[in-house]
Design a protein around this ligand. Structure first.
Ligand SMILES: [Zn+2]
Length: 479
């Protein structure tokens, strides 16, 4: 039978060692000399020697044999499995005088002293993964339960949606798990194991899934990064990340956070197959109808569109939670999408199309910056700047409707007027705005007052003309 050996990694390796376990305690008790009666005379007592070390003294070597038997019985009852003392336990005669005589043990006191010193072993059941015994449990039933639990835990994670779903929008999705299996070959084998190395089911599950049931935690201190923690513990940052999948953003590590310092190195790989049934939405198209009875800034939904649906059945294979393959088993049309119909106004706004602009102010003002590239500014100027006192009324240069009012970066308070035919005018740096979006305007409508809002060094109107979305020089419009 293999016996249990500790490796330096704290794992349990079960090597196929020769059965070195002693069946029961070996008691070497030789009777030399006689027990004295007078205190002056030397008397013989017995050292209780466990694997070479003296742990107690007894008067009668039979005490040792009885204590070992009692201890084995006690442990057998406590652990509900046959437990043997595997240490070499000896009674070694020692001559002492009565006044030198050490404290003598017997009965349960001796039993407790032995319990502290001896090694105990039992026949346990190892879970053997691809020929390597990785963990020992009390019974074969426990060993099998641990392996089943590993598969159950994976199934629970899968059911709880802890693993990533395949891409795409999914409606009314249901998941049917077909198989969850361990890829490695698993066997169960009776082994001799030190009782300290016999794990319960939960511990064995941890060993199978993480490579160890040891937990080494680190509490993050202020100023510590993953890199610092990894270096201080002789780990790579990669390993530290692997050990802490819960840390999604290392920059948000807080003092007091707990990190796991043991890199999971599972003994088992889990493969699963699930069938996912869901509906996939089909987006609808939009058709625009024009109504000459409505203004261009008006629109409404005449017929709301409806998404279509496809019914999809997929077979998804995973390895340790990661998707390995997605196979579409069926993909059927349930309903076609319906087109959304939107009505937009196309009414000719009165006066539009004259293309002849009035000056935006009632005073000439001074054109301080012209349109186009300025070497002095180092960039293009999209309009003209007309200096005027604050509050000077700003007029719409032609008929149209207001398509924007509000704040624009750089331009501050801004009004944009749409004149139809692809022409728009822009009025910037306004101190006030008198119109709102959708307002119809004429050449006599005051849009607001000259100001210096936004990126401006003094009161002036910044005025732009756009034709089909491109800024053009406004000056020719005033000729
Ligand atoms: Zn300007």
């Amino acid at each position: 039978m293999p016996s249990i050996i500790h490796t330096k990694r704290g794992r349990i390796a079960l090597g196929i060692a020769v059965l070195a376990v002693l069946l029961g305690a070996v008691l070497v008790a030789s009777f030399q000399g006689r027990i004295g009666t007078a205190s002056a005379e030397p008397l013989v007592i017995y050292e209780v020697v466990v694997d070479g070390a003296v742990v107690a003294y007894v008067e009668d070597p039979d005490e040792i044999r009885r204590a070992v038997a009692a201890l084995e019985e006690r442990e057998t009852l406590a652990r509900r499995m046959p437990v043997r003392v595997t240490s070499r336990v000896e009674g070694r005669p020692l001559q002492v005088t009565a006044d030198q005589r050490p404290r003598l043990s017997d009965g349960t006191v001796l039993e407790d002293e032995l319990a502290q010193a001896v090694r105990l072993a039992a026949t346990a059941f190892a879970i053997v993964v691809d020929g390597e015994p990785v963990v020992a449990l009390r019974s074969e039933a426990d060993a099998r339960a641990a392996v089943e639990r590993v598969q159950e835990l994976y199934r629970e994670q899968l059911e709880a949606g802890e693993f990533r779903a395949p891409d795409g929008t999914r409606i009314d999705e249901s998941v049917q798990i077909q198989t969850v299996e361990i890829l490695e070959n698993i066997r169960y084998e009776a082994v001799d194991a030190d009782t300290a190395d016999i794990k319960d089911v939960d511990q064995a599950v941890a060993v199978l899934m993480r490579g160890t049931d040891r937990v080494v935690a680190h509490t993050v201190q202020s100023g510590e990064s993953l890199w610092v923690i990894a270096r201080n513990h002789g780990m790579s940052v990669e390993d530290l990340e692997k050990a802490n999948p819960q840390v999604t953003d290392p920059k948000r590590l807080q003092p007091g956070d707990q990190l796991n310092l043991i890199v999971p190195d599972p003994y088992v790989s889990l493969r699963s197959v699930e069938v996912r049934t869901y509906q996939r939405p089909i987006p609808f198209a939009t058709r625009v109808e024009y109504d000459p009875g409505m203004y261009p800034w008006e629109e409404y939904v005449k017929e709301p569109g409806r998404q279509g649906r496809r019914a999809v059945v997929e077979r998804v294979e995973r390895l340790n939670g990661e998707i390995v393959s997605v196979e579409v088993l069926s993909d059927e049309l349930i309903s076609e999408p319906t087109v959304q119909v939107v009505v937009k106004g196309s009414k000719e706004v009165e006066g539009i199309g004259s293309g002849i602009f009035r000056w935006p102010l009632n005073i000439p003002g001074q054109v301080t910056t012209r349109f186009g590239y300025s070497r002095w500014r180092g960039r293009n100027h999209d309009g003209i700047d007309i200096a005027a006192p604050k509050g000077t009324p700003v007029y719409a240069v032609d008929n149209g409707y207001v398509s924007f009012t509000g704040w624009k970066n750089g331009l501050g308070n801004t009004v944009i007027v749409d004149h139809g035919g692809g022409r728009q005018t822009v009025y910037g740096h306004l101190s006030s705005i008198n119109v709102k979006k959708g307002d119809q305007v004429t050449k006599t409508t005051v849009l607001g007052g000259v100001g210096s809002t936004g990126f401006s060094t003094g009161n002036h109107l910044h005025f732009e003309v756009h034709v089909n979305g491109r800024a053009v020089d406004p000056m020719p419009y005033f000729q």
